[in-house]
Design a protein around this ligand. Sequence first.
Ligand SMILES: [Zn+2]
Ligand SMILES: [Zn+2]
Length: 214
Amino acid sequence: MEAAKPQLIRETFPVGPLQCNCTIIGDSLSKKAIVIDPGGNPELIMARLEAHGLIVVSIIHTHAHLDHFLASGQMKELTGATLHLHKEDQFLWDSLEMQCRMFGVPYTPVPAPDQWLSDDQALDCGCGVALHTPGHTPGSMSFWFPQDKLLIAGDTLFKRGIGRTDLWGGDYSTIERSIKQRLYCLDEDATVVTGHGADTRLGDEMRDNPFVRA
Ligand SMILES: [Zn+2]
Ligand SMILES: [Zn+2]
């Protein structure tokens, strides 16, 4: 008899006041999971983890715009998991109250990140790797799961769109370079989970994205 191979469990759903896509990635054998961008609705995220029988080991963030980490403190409290962010977005994490005021969203304090994410760092689950893809924010990250051809792109790449670069620390030529050099070199059959709205296929963006083409 063949040993059971670990399968990647993946579920994405919109959360919070700005409907950011939160993603759960879990390992079917070890039951370890990571949560990406818990921007709200911690009770819903906990219910989905429980439905899959998963235990969260780390909570990771594509970037520190308010809508991507509003529930991170509550998720840390509920699970004991650590919080991870690229250091170049620390200034945004630290300005959560100002961001909430600006977007008219109720403010909930979030503790400081426990660890800094770095480029090419291995993730705690699913053989994933973190890619530093600045431009939307200086510390924007994408998360790549090569075995499952799955790319979590945050607000860097959208279906037929790219992230805005007019907010704090955003830069158009930087996001263009990140998308071309770090994302468009990945498998074109990859499913791209974006920060808001529908998934897309990487090859379709390489050909048809109106802002950045391969
Ligand atoms: Zn954003
Ligand atoms: Zn966003």
